[in-house]
Design a protein around this ligand. Structure first.
Ligand code: XCC
Ligand code: SF4
Length: 629
């Protein structure tokens, strides 16, 4: 137990040792820049600075309660918030669009193939794509085309809405928040927040939910499904986490970003016999891959690639002095990585025209020659091994074992371990629902999202997770939250010893850890579908379930889009960092109160993880009481 668990203090000690390395190398880190930023701008913090037109910027104060056009704090904060949703949905969904294009170019003999044929055919059936007598790849291309149409189709609503439990879709339609096409919802927000359009905060909140739902039940869900079709549906796999996964005598390549169409190819390239031989020729024992942020989650789930860490750990990876290359694609990549890499021998390689960074080595990844392109990038890293300065190397002796890869399919398979196959149908969420109804599990929470220096990094994630499992609440996690859990040892099966008796028993019976790693941030769509499946099984709408979403350390616009689709899906959401709307009493009231009348769920904000945990547990018990369970 001791060996698998790592305390927050131990983590912070490692961080300060690495910070010391930065000082020695004359390198700047986020801590320095946070310091230099001093107090953040109050107007921005409260969401009441508007620069939507060039008559401004206008800032709202008691003496100047309106901008030049007459927009007040409510309008301005609501517009800013809605635009965050639009940007977040755009990021997730554009990632999904790229995956759809990759599926569209997949072929028998190309770099990209269909790995999960069953999932492809299931989706084809769901979408009315005929499969009879057709070549596998014709089906794949047609499914990809249907997916691509979801982004801009002129009529109707998103196809995946039909998956929702009775009550959800009706609510969405009745409240006019049922998303139409993904790009359309994003564009509508950009239009409606242009000067002289929507001034009413409530309409903007509704648009935010609709656009969020176009991400959760659109872009992200498409991203997850098509990624599984291309690269395989994850199954439980053991891996290791934290910077100790870097190897002293190997070529260390760190993969960072989000889109698995790059990282999957790098994984293949790193296993290429010729390249491995080449690495040995250069004096290394081999090629060692490790991931950061959501790319780590993607390749961990499907290949067991080790996880170097989460968002605020990206600079630490370079500070070890042991990384030959950081290979990135899109999202959550500090522009600071370029200058930091310059202080070491590390090559910082950007690959996407969507995310170029000054000072980086840009090697554009060519999907049409994906494998060769990936090999070229890996070769750059190998060539850099000789430049490693041994005097600068410090690899912290810290890594934890972790289980990852709990797709819904995988979870159901584990649950079947307790299904009495004489009486029950296997392959359903019934055992999970039964445990919740009987009270063996009090409920379930999804803990997701980033790191944010506004709170003690990783601390909130870890504290809240521990509090949940100790109280028999099962945890599913994605994104950087999942990585915080991994670093602390909470994704290890042994962590069930920290769980309450009910959860511990379940974990033993079905052989799972108390915290299930369900993937990257687009995979929050998996969480939504799992909750939806339980709701369907129990024949009740989602808001009734003792289920809660928590984003303890969120920071990105994507997280704002996620928050909107989680409440839009009827799941109460607790945030550990304030959204930038506090300058508008109307927005605060809408998000933390009135939105419940629209979609059946609302936001709660609490920065203290202990208090937040208490409130979550209270909410779960209140839902149970209302159900009479
Ligand atoms: Fe980015 Fe997805 Fe946030 Fe982590 S959790 S910092 S968004 S990598 Ni998505
Ligand atoms: Fe000012 Fe209105 Fe222009 Fe915003 S839209 S900058 S509040 S004038």
């Amino acid at each position: 137990m001791e060996k698998t668990l790592l305390s927050i203090e131990q983590m912070e000690e490692i961080n300060s040792l690495l910070k010391q390395k930065a000082v020695e190398a004359g390198a700047e880190t986020w801590q320095d820049r946070k310091e230099a930023q001093k107090v953040s701008c109050k107007f921005g913090e409260e969401g009441v600075c508007c620069r939507i037109c060039s008559m401004g910027p206008c800032r709202i104060t008691p003496k100047a309660p309106r901008g030049i056009c007459g927009a007040n704090a409510d309008t301005i904060a609501a517009r800013n918030f809605a635009r965050m949703v639009a940007a977040g949905a755009a990021a997730h969904s554009d990632h999904a669009r790229d995956i759809a294009h990759v599926l569209h170019m997949s072929s028998e003999n190309g770099s990209y193939k269909v790995k999960d044929k069953d999932k492809l055919y299931k989706l084809a059936g769901e979408w009315g794509v005929s499969t009879e007598g057709k070549d596998l790849y014709d089906v794949a291309h047609e499914v990809a085309e249907v997916a691509l149409m979801e982004f801009g189709k002129p009529f109707g609503t998103l196809r995946f809405l039909d998956r929702a439990v009775d009550g959800r879709k009706e609510t969405w339609e009745k409240e006019k928040v049922a998303p139409r096409a993904i790009d359309r919802e994003i564009a509508t927000i950009m239009h409606s927040t242009h000067i002289g359009c929507t001034a009413e905060a409530e309409s903007l909140v509704r648009m935010g939910i609709r656009t969020g739902l176009s991400d959760g039940w659109g872009g992200s869900m498409i991203g997850t499904e098509l990624t599984d079709i291309l690269f395989g549906t994850p199954t439980p796999t053991q891996t290791e986490s934290n910077l100790g996964v870097l190897e002293e005598d190997m070529v260390n390549i760190v993969l960072h970003g989000h889109d698995p169409s790059l990282s999957e190819m790098i994984v293949l390239a790193s296993e290429d016999a010729e390249l491995v031989a080449y690495a040995k020729e250069k004096g290394a024992k081999g090629i060692n891959l490790a991931g950061l942020c959501c790319t780590a989650n993607e390749v961990t789930m499907r290949h067991g690639v080790k996880m170097a860490g989460n968002f605020l750990q990206q600079e630490n990876a370079v500070l070890t002095g042991a990384v030959e290359a950081v290979i990135v694609d899109v999202q959550c990549i500090f522009p600071a990585m370029a200058a930091l890499a310059d202080c070491f021998h590390t090559k910082f390689i950007t690959t996407s025209p969507k995310a170029k960074i000054p000072g980086a080595t840009h090697i554009e990844f060519d999907e049409h020659h994906a494998f060769d392109s990936a090999k070229g990038i890996v070769k750059e890293a190998i060539d850099n091994y000789a430049n490693r300065d041994r005097a600068k190397v410090y690899i912290p002796d810290s890594k934890q074992t972790a289980m990852a890869g709990y797709s819904i399919e995988a979870i159901i398979k584990q649950l079947d371990l307790v299904t009495n196959s004489h009486v029950d149908k296997t392959g359903t969420v019934k055992p999970l629902a039964d445990c919740i109804v009987s009270g063996v599990l009090r409920g379930a929470v999804g803990i997701v999202g980033c790191n944010n220096p506004k709170v003690r990094p990783d601390y909130s994630h870890i504290e809240i997770i521990k509090n949940m499992i100790a109280n028999d609440v099962i945890v599913v996690a994605t994104g950087c939250a999942a990585q915080a859990a991994a670093k602390a040892g909470l994704l290890d099966k042994e962590a069930r010893n920290l769980a309450g008796q009910g959860l511990r028993t379940v974990c033993e019976l079905v052989d799972i850890p108390p915290v299930l790693h369900m993937g990257s941030c687009v995979d929050i769509s998996r969480i939504i579908l799992l909750v939806n499946a339980v709701a369907k099984h129990l024949n009740m709408d989602i808001p009734k379930l003792p289920v809660v979403g928590i984003a303890p350390e969120w920071m990105s616009e994507k997280a704002v889009a996620i928050g909107n689709y989680v409440i839009g899906s009827g799941i109460d959401t607790f945030l550990g960092v304030y959204p930038q709307v506090t300058g508008s009493a109307e927005m605060v009231d809408l998000l933390t109160n009135r939105v419940e009348d629209i979609v059946g769920a609302k936001f709660t904000v609490e920065m203290d993880p202990a208090k937040l945990s208490e409130q979550v547990l209270e909410r779960i018990e209140a839902k149970r009481t209302a159900l009479g369970i």
